[in-house]
Every structure is written in structure tokens, then in C-alpha cells.
Write a protein of this length. Structure first.
Length: 450
């Protein structure tokens, strides 16, 4: 067997992982979910979830990946726990599942880049969205998006993914900063900042009440609803539970600090979500659009509608949707890489062959979502509320209790931290993080089947 690929540089790994993390979840979902859950209050809870729960969890995936240098299924076997391969399988299936409809949304984005150029959505932006979101058009664009993803992955780790994301991630950052500055100049955007950035802390209050004489603790506001959502959003946003971070970390060849890498990724991922909010929310306020209204098509309908009525709207539209496209692509390649890595680690097949073959299968799986947005919503709900938390739970239990001590040593390798730091991490994984995931899973199941 030929030698397994590695990242050329540490920065290459970090940028690729940031590229995976930063995607539709940040630019499309995050601003809208923040608006839906009341603005800044959600932002605060989300940031706590990203750093308090997402960071320890991403480190758990890094440890599995770097220690094993294998794909997300083979990793468990290599570490000596053959029976835990099912956790890897769960992650791989989740990634496969998510990519199928992620690519359909990627197709919409492609369409909106073109639509901004020609002004196609400048009339009735809601009608335009429903005319392109489902049906033959959506299928064709889903195919084009998938083809782009396959094209990059076929070139491999160093020449494909690392080269592409090295250019993609900095451009996303620079352009979002420019767009946020532009949104600031729009008349009427002012109140958007208060809405997005100043939390109503009374919503985060704990109260003790009694029912039939039994005391119970409850939250003063909608926190019980926000927490599980913020936790799932943090996982999705950090590309956890889909084998992506395990796979990317498996190409690390060196003793760098996984703490440093993980913290950098969480910071950039949060920063780009906030920047996207600073573009989208003021833009909506400037247009007098109620943020948080609208479902899957919200970004496309209301943001595109705003571009229609703004000077230089076409240019700004191309730039904005161009950034969304780049972000979606750099995430989608990490999802395809999970399955490609598994195939080339195990079978005598070439990378380009596998990329094309699996890309075709994922395209087929995405057909229902491209045909009818109700299917897309169903795929998304199942991923979000079931597959994702279940898969993360598997990883946490494995790292926290089964693998345990060697995980801690792997995490400390390449750092100057003492044992206490590693022990604290392991303790956090076993307690706070574990509990948060269990609660999220239970509440997700209640929403799905209750
Ligand atoms: N993290 C990506 C986003 O925020 C989505 C994603 C999930 C990408 C899982 C890869 C793996 O859009
Ligand atoms: Na993200």
C-alpha cells in the first residue's frame, strides 16, 4: 500500500479544519437562529456552548484521529477497540446523510450567485426562491455543486483540500469584514446592533417555583429551549459527530498542540458566525424586515430581497453569495473526505475513482431533498436531532471512559501543559459535556417523536 497522505503544514491543517467548520451553519443558519431565539441572548448561550462543550468535544475527535492516523472507522480498531467501530460507522453515515442535502443548499447558493449577476431575483424574491428551490433546476445545481466537491477531493489532501482551503478561508474572513462595514453604513441598520449584541439577561435567570408543593428549578426565560438548540448548533457548526474532524486530524504528522489547534478553530468559527450576523441582521433592519421570520429559505428570500433594493445590490449580491458558496464548498469537501478516506484506507481503489463514485451515490441520496424541500427539512431534522447528538455521545463515552488515560496523554503530547490540564479536560468530557449531550439528545427525540 502506498504511504498515507499528510498535511504539508500545521497552518494547512488548521485552515482546512476552519474551512470545514465555517459553512452554511455560520453564514446561513446562525444569524437566523440567533434572530429566532431572541438575538443576543442566544448569542451568549451559543458562545458558552461552543467553548464549554464544543471545544472539549473537538479535542476528543482530534485525539482519536491523530493517535490512530486512520479513517473514522479504522481508528477505533487501531486504538484497540474493535467493538467500538460502530461509533465510527455512525459518524460516517451521519456525514453521508448530511452531505446529501447540504449539497442541495449549495446548489441554491450557486444559483443565487448567478441570480445576483442577472438580477433574476430582483422582482418577487419569495416567488423566485420557490421557483428554484425544488424540482429539475435544484437537481441540476445539486449535481454541479457535488461535481465541484468531487473535483477538489480528487486532488487529495495536500494538493486538493489544503491548497483550496488556504485560499478560501482568508477570503471568507476578509470579504465578511468588508460586507459588515458596508452594512454599518446603511441607513436604518442601527437598531440591528442592539438586537444582535446586547443580551436580555433576565432571560437567563434561574427561578425556584413549586407545583403541588414540590419545588423545582426553572429558567426565567426560554433557556430550556435555547440550550439544546445551542448545543446542537455548536456541534454542527464545529463539524463534530460526522467523522470530519477525526479524519482531518488523522492526516496530522507531528507533535503540535491539539489544544492550540482546537481553540483556534473554535475562535475562528465563532468569529465568522458573529461577522455573518453583523452583515445579515443590520441589513434586515435596514430593510424593515423582521429577522427570524421564515424557514429554510429565509436567507435567500430576505437577504436577496434586501439586495434588490440597495445601491450596487448586484455587486454586493455576487460578493455575498460568492462567500457563502466558498464556505459551503470548504465544508462539503470535509464531509466527502470522511468516506473517501475510509475507502482508500481499506480497498485497493484510487482517490479520484472513489471521489467520483461516492459523489455519485451522495448525489442520488440528495435527490428527494432537491425534489421537494419537505424532504430536505426531514433529512435535516433527523440529522440534527438524532444522528448528530447520538454520534457525539458515542465519541464522548469512548474517549471519556473506554479510552481514557491514553487519550489524555495524546492530548498533552506536544504541549507544555501538566497532567492536571489533561485530567480537567477528561473530567469535563465525562461530566458537563456528557450531560449536555444527553439532555440535547433526549429533548431532540421528544421534538422528533413527541
Ligand atoms: N460545520 C459546517 C457548517 O457550519 C457544516 C459541516 C458539518 C461541515 C459537518 C462538515 C461536517 O456549515
Ligand atoms: Na460552522
Amino acid at each position: 500500500m502506498s504511504e498515507r497522505e499528510t498535511w504539508a503544514t500545521r497552518a494547512g491543517f488548521i485552515l482546512a479544519a476552519v474551512g470545514s467548520a465555517v459553512g452554511l451553519g455560520n453564514i446561513w443558519q446562525f444569524p437566523f437562529k440567533t434572530a429566532q431565539f431572541g438575538g443576543a441572548t442566544f448569542l451568549v448561550v451559543y458562545l458558552v456552548a461552543a467553548f464549554g462543550i464544543g471545544l472539549p468535544a473537538i479535542l476528543a475527535e482530534f485525539v482519536i484521529g491523530r493517535k490512530s492516523n486512520l479513517n473514522t472507522i479504522g481508528a477505533f480498531e487501531k486504538l484497540g477497540y474493535r467493538n467500538w467501530r460502530f461509533v465510527g460507522v455512525l459518524g460516517l453515515v451521519t456525514g453521508f446523510w448530511i452531505l446529501s442535502y447540504y449539497s442541495v443548499v449549495g446548489g441554491w447558493v450557486l444559483r443565487y450567485v448567478g441570480g445576483s449577476l442577472t438580477g433574476a431575483y430582483f422582482g418577487d424574491s419569495a416567488a423566485y426562491f420557490s421557483s428554484i428551490a425544488a424540482g429539475p433546476d435544484a437537481i441540476a445545481l445539486h449535481a454541479v455543486f457535488m461535481a465541484l466537491v468531487v473535483g477538489i477531493v480528487a486532488f487529495g489532501i495536500e494538493d486538493g483540500i489544503e491548497k483550496a482551503t488556504k485560499f478560501m478561508v482568508p477570503s471568507i474572513l476578509v470579504i465578511l469584514v468588508a460586507l459588515a462595514a458596508w452594512a454599518f453604513t446603511l441607513p436604518g441598520s442601527g437598531p440591528g446592533y442592539g438586537y444582535f449584541l446586547s443580551p436580555d439577561l433576565s432571560q437567563l435567570r434561574l427561578t425556584v417555583a413549586t407545583t403541588d408543593g414540590f419545588p423545582f428549578v426553572s429558567f426565567g426565560g426560554p433557556l430550556a429551549e435555547i440550550i439544546p438548540f445551542a448545543v446542537s448548533q455548536a456541534f454542527f457548526s464545529l463539524s463534530l459527530g460526522m467523522g470530519a474532524m477525526i479524519t482531518y486530524a488523522s492526516y496530522i504528522d507531528g507533535d503540535e498542540s491539539l489544544f492550540g489547534d482546537g481553540a483556534t478553530i473554535v475562535v475562528f468559527n465563532s468569529l465568522i458566525g458573529i461577522l455573518a450576523g453583523l452583515v445579515v441582521i443590520p441589513l434586515l433592519f435596514a430593510q424593515g424586515v423582521e429577522p427570524g421570520s421564515g424557514g429554510a429559505g429565509a436567507l435567500f428570500i430576505s437577504v436577496a430581497g434586501a439586495f434588490a433594493s440597495i445601491p450596487f445590490g448586484r455587486v454586493v449580491g455576487v460578493v455575498f453569495f460568492g462567500v457563502v458558496l466558498v464556505a459551503a464548498l470548504s465544508s462539503a469537501i470535509s464531509l466527502l473526505e470522511v468516506v473517501v478516506a475510509y475507502a482508500i484506507d481499506n480497498y485497493a481503489v484510487s482517490r479520484p475513482q472513489v471521489a467520483v463514485g461516492l459523489g455519485a451515490v451522495i448525489f442520488l441520496l440528495g435527490l428527494p431533498s432537491a425534489w421537494d424541500t419537505a424532504w430536505l427539512t426531514w433529512f435535516d431534522n433527523l440529522a440534527y436531532q438524532l444522528f448528530l447528538p447520538l454520534s457525539v455521545l458515542g465519541i464522548l463515552v469512548f474517549v471519556g471512559w473506554v479510552f481514557g488515560r491514553p487519550a489524555l496523554e495524546e492530548l498533552l503530547r506536544g504541549t507544555s501543559f501538566g497532567h492536571g490540564v489533561g485530567a480537567t479536560w477528561l473530567w469535563t468530557v465525562r461530566s458537563v459535556v456528557f450531560l449536555a449531550v444527553v439532555v440535547t439528545l433526549v429533548l431532540g427525540l421528544v421534538t422528533l417523536f413527541g
